[in-house]
Design a protein around this ligand. Structure first.
Ligand code: DAH
Length: 364
């Protein structure tokens, strides 16, 4: 037996005896690594006479391949062993009882959000979105509310701190800003609703500094006030799940619509209870009107060709009315008991029937 054969024999025995992957890797490095025994032998080839080098090269290569193969197959064997040991240790006890599953609830605001989108979706409205942080132009100026216009005082605005002398950004006071952003990008026909967060400096049982609105906008050549009324009456009936709802449109003022109106629905208030859809009292639920020509002009749309209507709904207020939630602040308190009571099971279909009631009157 040559020295080389003996070496090969010894190394193969070492490999066979190894019990862990870490040890095996150490052997691999000591044999085939950069400074390994076989690698060093390969390096010595350079200094050998040519005839000797050929034969030695062949031998070294053979031994290298035999060892590499042995190490590889030992590795596979050890890996399988390790898996088997782990499987034995980590055995799953399938007789254990199932852990009780905790199911989340859909927040009533988002339930309302989805209902409103579905109703207007069926009427052909697309959903548009815009940023919560707005500039003065989109939130006010382009909506026919220039600087120093008294109508700006209708909305207690949160201004963001900015560099001195630079433009001050705000958190949007109304989703109406997205009317402008949409018409800047899209020529009529436009038919969108904009559900989203809005902000005003106000807080009590019926006002929260952060609240939600759904804006609606249609612009094309022939849309008129009758379409506005038909669309909103249909919406209210579907939303409150009533066959008929008495409605009334009261003249009002919004800078971005002319004429402007507020829509009231019939209700009755007895013993602190509010019943929607019947009675001789009225409840204001939204603002609306025909888009002011100045708004169209600000978006480079010709008001002699196009016209349309817009409306703004307080989403929180509608959710409060439909689901009898008396205090808007509870929407945002993250109280699990509250969400368990008022929340919806995913894929739940809201209970139907008229006469949904609540105590108190809430407004926004
Ligand atoms: N932006 C109004 C507000 O926040 C609501 C509103 C009223 C929106 C009339 C409209 C509208 O688009 O036509 O008070």
């Amino acid at each position: 037996m040559s020295d080389l054969d003996i070496l090969q024999q010894q190394l193969l025995e070492q490999v066979q005896k190894t019990e862990t992957l870490a040890d095996l890797d150490a052997i691999r490095v000591s044999v085939l690594g950069k400074k390994g025994i076989i690698t060093e032998k390969m390096k010595s080839l350079g200094s050998m006479p040519t005839e000797e080098r050929k034969a030695a090269g062949k031998q070294f290569n053979t031994i290298k391949n035999i060892l590499a193969e042995a190490i590889e197959s030992k590795k596979e064997q050890l890996e399988e062993q390790e898996i088997n040991i782990r499987l034995a240790k980590e055995a799953v006890d399938i007789t254990l009882p199932v852990r009780p599953e905790k199911q989340g609830r859909i927040h009533p605001l988002y339930q309302t959000y989805d209902e409103i989108i579905a109703i207007f979706g069926q009427m052909g409205f697309a959903v548009a979105e815009g940023p919560d942080i707005e500039d003065d132009f989109h939130n006010f100026t382009a909506l026919n509310t220039p600087k120093n216009h008294p109508a700006r005082q209708m909305q207690d605005t949160f201004y963001l701190k900015g560099e001195e002398n630079s433009e001050k950004f705000i958190v949007r006071t109304q989703t109406s800003a997205v009317q402008i952003r949409t018409m800047e990008k899209q020529q009529p026909p436009v038919r969108i609703i904009v559900p989203g967060r809005t902000y005003r400096c106000d807080s009590d049982a019926t006002h929260s500094p952060m609240f939600h609105q759904v804006e609606g906008l249609i612009v094309d050549k022939e849309t008129n006030m009758a379409h506005l009324k038909g669309c909103l009456i249909e919406f209210v009936k579907t939303f409150f799940e009533l066959d008929d709802v008495p409605v009334r449109f009261r003249p009002s003022f919004f800078p971005f619509t002319e004429p402007s109106a507020e829509m009231d629905i019939g209700c009755c208030r007895t013993n602190g209870e509010l019943k929607i859809g019947a009675g001789n009292d009225w409840l204001e639920i939204l603002g609306c009107g025909m888009v002011h020509p100045n708004v169209l002009k600000a978006c480079h749309i010709d008001p002699d060709i196009y016209q349309g209507f817009a409306f703004g709904i307080g989403l929180d207020r509608l959710a409060m009315l439909k689901y009898a939630i008396p205090d808007v602040r509870t929407f945002f308190e993250s109280d699990l008991r509250w969400i368990k009571h008022y929340g919806f099971v995913p894929l739940d279909i809201p209970s139907t029937g008229s006469g949904l009631s609540m105590t108190g009157g809430n407004k926004r």
